[in-house]
Structure formats: structure tokens, C-alpha cells
Design a protein around this ligand. Structure first.
Ligand code: FAD
Length: 378
């Protein structure tokens, strides 16, 4: 058993760390305040292969594997959780197209995600009435000659207002999970409109929008994977996506812990730094321990995926544990800052808001427990 990252993963992690430190950290507070990620930041990530880390080189990707991807994503999340989720979803979209697409679909989209031409990819699964239960989706795709016509609404779509390509799920058959197919839809398609932008408590730099499909016509060639086989694609993509969100949560918590340690050494009460109080030391010790456990679970899931072994329940465990632990760590980090943790002058206030959603999207903690429970009980 080897607990070290290999040479490639170290190189990719360090490269992400450099971009994060030089280019993203200085902008993170304004990304949060202004509610948008400057396009040049996303382009910089793409130009450094960060949007397609686990995608084959012939499609423009870096092909460095899932462990390196996890390490890199945590580095970006340490700097800015909003930028990290944009990177995570875009990698996920590029991987879905690479795994399930035809040669023509791969060539049309993946190199343009890789070089930043498409800016980002969007994953349009959730609907107003179908989040944890995508089998309840109402969006439909009906055949009309050699086209599909999509009608319906999607909700909570990350980067939906500027992504160049969407992976969209729609009902093509009967009720339930077996009547769902997956389509590739381009930004600007006639009948596709961007709805309201969510006014979120955290992750404010990442755009989250509703999408409306009114008679959106796409050619037959836009079908991704098999007809009525879309649910399986969604579940497989989400298994991988959960490694991304676990990695994001770890990055946010690492930043919160580092801020807490620095503050604890500077801030004095009762004539000594608060780091000298045992209560503070215990909070820091618990945070460090939980972070290491989260990292190990996440690397295990990433390694299993990378080596093409079963990883679904391991990814759910990683996501469940890492996101819940990260929530506790950000909470403790804020507590260590006392009143200063509650104001925007200190970054820990942002970490606390940003981390909350990691327990909700790409499957809530409750849904991760459903996945893990099923795997244990058979
Ligand atoms: C900022 C943000 C970005 C997002 N980005 C995307 C995106 O890019 N693409 C996308 O498709 N979606 C996205 N989502 C949607 C997200 O995945 C859903 O919000 C999430 O899956 C939960 O669905 P819901 O909000 O409908 O909650 P519901 O499914 O209504 O759940 C409500 C509560 O019931 C619990 N619950 C539901 N079913 C069960 C069960 N079987 N057992 C126990 N408890 C249960 C849930 O855990 C939760 O606590 C995003 C959401 C947010 C907030």
C-alpha cells in the first residue's frame, strides 16, 4: 500500500496550487462579492488542462487520472469554491461525453472544452420537482422526423448561463428511470432560454440558473448514449462527480483550518495566544484528523475509479464523510475567530457559507447514505 501521490499527481497538484495562489486567491473575495468568475480565470484553467484532467490527450485532455484530478480540484477549492465547482462540473461533462459519446460527438465538443472555447460544460439533470429523485423528471424529448424536440424546465444548473454545451436529460419513454435519455444541447439553441439566477447564501461566484426548453429541436445525432439509457449515464457521472465534490469540500476545509491556525497563533486572550488554550488545540486537532480521514477516503475512491474498479459506494462514503467533516471544520474555524469570524473582513466567513452546499448537491448526505446502505445490505 502506497500513501504517496505519484509524480504526475504531485506535478498536477503543484501546478493547480500555483494557479490558485497567484491568480485565484487575490480575486476570491471579489468573485464572491460580485457574483461572477472573470472569464479569464476559466480560460486560464482550461489552458492549463484543468477542465479536462482525466480526459485522453487525443481529445485535448491531460489524461492524468482521477487522483491527480482530486488533488488539483482541492487546490482550486482552497482558493475559491465557486471556481472549483465550475471546474468540477466541466470536467464531469467532458468525461461524460468522452465515455458515452460517438466519435463525432467527442470531436465536436471535448477539444473545445479542453481549450476553453466553450468556456464551461453544464450538467442539466435536476428539475423544480426532481432533485434527489431524477426519475420523476418531466422534461420530454419527442421524435419529429430526424430531430428530437425538447420541452420542459431544468433547475439549479451550474454555469447554465454561459456554458457552451449542456448535457440534458429528458423523458423519451414511459414513467420512471427507464424512460429517460440524454442529449447534447448547445448554448444559444432556438427555444432554450436562461431563467432566473439563484441568489445563494454561498458559492456566490458560481452561477446557478433555471433553464427553459420550449420546442428546442436537436438532430438525432444529439442523443448521447442509448435511447432510454440516460438514467444509467446520470448515475455513473454522479458517482465520479461525488469524488469532485468531496475534493472541493476538502479544499474549502483546508483553507478554513489554515486560517484558524494562523489566527489562533496571533490572537491573545488572558495574556497568551488562544492557540495555547487546550479548547482551541482540541478543535484544531479534531479538524486535522477529520481532514486527513476525508482525504484518504477520497483518494481511495479516486484510485478505484482510475484503476477501473467498482467505486460507487466508496465515492458516496467519501462525499458523505468529506462534506460533513468539512462543515464541522469550517464551523470550528469560524468559532476560533470569535466575532471576527462572523464578518466579511475574514475569509472564514466565506468558507462557512461556501461549504454548506457540498452536503446538498450531487446527491444530498441522505442520498449518499441510501447508496452506501444499499451496497452494504445488498
Ligand atoms: C448551488 C447548487 C448547484 C447545483 N448544481 C446543479 C447542476 O449543475 N446540475 C443539476 O442537475 N443539479 C444541480 N443542483 C441540484 C442538486 O443536485 C439538488 O438540489 C439536490 O440533488 C437535492 O435535490 P432537491 O433540492 O430537489 O431536494 P429534494 O430531493 O426535494 O430533497 C429534500 C430533502 O429530502 C431528503 N430526501 C430526499 N429523498 C430522500 C430519501 N430517499 N431518503 C432520505 N431523505 C431524502 C433530501 O436529502 C433533502 O434533505 C444544484 C443545487 C445547488 C443548491
Amino acid at each position: 500500500m502506497d500513501f504517496e501521490l505519484d509524480e504526475t499527481a504531485v506535478m498536477v497538484r503543484d501546478s493547480a496550487r500555483e494557479i490558485a495562489t497567484k491568480e485565484i486567491v487575490p480575486r476570491a473575495a471579489s468573485i464572491d462579492r460580485e457574483g461572477r468568475i472573470p472569464p479569464e480565470v476559466l480560460l486560464l484553467l482550461a489552458k492549463n488542462t484543468m477542465m479536462t484532467l482525466a480526459v485522453p490527450e487525443e481529445l485535448g485532455g491531460a489524461d492524468v487520472g482521477v487522483v491527480a484530478y482530486s488533488a488539483a480540484l482541492s487546490e482550486i477549492a482552497k482558493a475559491c469554491a465557486s471556481t472549483a465547482v465550475t471546474m468540477s462540473v466541466t470536467n464531469m461533462v467532458a468525461e461524460v461525453i468522452t465515455t458515452f459519446g460517438t466519435d463525432a460527438q467527442k470531436k465536436r465538443y471535448v477539444p473545445k472544452i479542453a481549450d476553453g472555447t466553450l468556456r464551461a460544460g453544464s450538467f442539466a439533470l435536476s428539475e423544480p420537482e426532481a432533485g434527489s429523485d431524477p426519475g420523476a423528471m418531466r422534461t420530454t424529448a419527442k421524435k419529429d422526423g430526424d430531430h428530437w424536440v425538447i420541452d420542459g424546465a431544468k433547475q439549479w444548473i451550474t454555469s447554465g448561463d454561459f456554458a457552451g454545451v449542456f448535457v440534458v436529460w429528458a423523458r423519451t419513454g414511459g414513467a420512471g428511470t427507464r424512460g429517460i435519455s440524454c442529449f447534447l444541447v448547445e448554448q444559444g439553441e432556438k427555444g432554450l432560454s436562461i431563467g432566473h439566477h439563484e441568489d445563494k447564501m454561498g458559492l456566490r461566484g458560481s452561477s446557478t440558473v433555471a433553464l427553459h426548453f420550449e420546442g428546442v429541436r436537436v438532430p438525432e445525432s444529439a442523443l448521447l448514449g442509448e435511447l432510454n439509457g440516460g438514467f444509467k449515464i446520470a448515475m455513473m457521472a454522479l458517482d465520479g462527480g461525488r469524488i469532485g465534490i468531496a475534493s472541493q469540500a476538502i479544499g474549502i476545509a483546508e483553507a478554513a483550518l489554515a486560517a484558524a491556525v494562523e489566527y489562533a497563533k496571533e490572537r491573545k486572550t488572558f495574556g497568551k495566544p488562544i492557540a495555547d488554550h487546550q479548547a482551541i488545540q482540541w478543535m484544531i486537532a479534531d479538524a486535522r484528523t477529520e481532514l486527513d480521514a476525508a482525504r484518504l477516503l477520497t483518494y481511495r475512491a479516486a484510485y478505484l475509479k482510475q484503476t477501473k474498479q467498482m467505486f460507487s459506494s466508496q465515492a458516496a462514503m467519501a462525499k458523505l464523510y468529506a462534506t460533513e467533516a468539512a462543515g464541522r471544520i469550517c464551523d470550528r474555524a469560524l468559532q476560533i475567530h470569535g466575532g471576527y469570524g462572523y464578518v466579511k473582513e475574514y475569509d472564514v466567513e466565506r468558507y462557512y457559507r461556501d461549504v454548506r452546499v457540498t452536503r446538498i448537491y450531487e446527491g444530498t448526505s441522505e442520498i449518499q447514505r441510501v447508496v452506501i446502505g444499499r451496497s452494504v445490505l445488498g
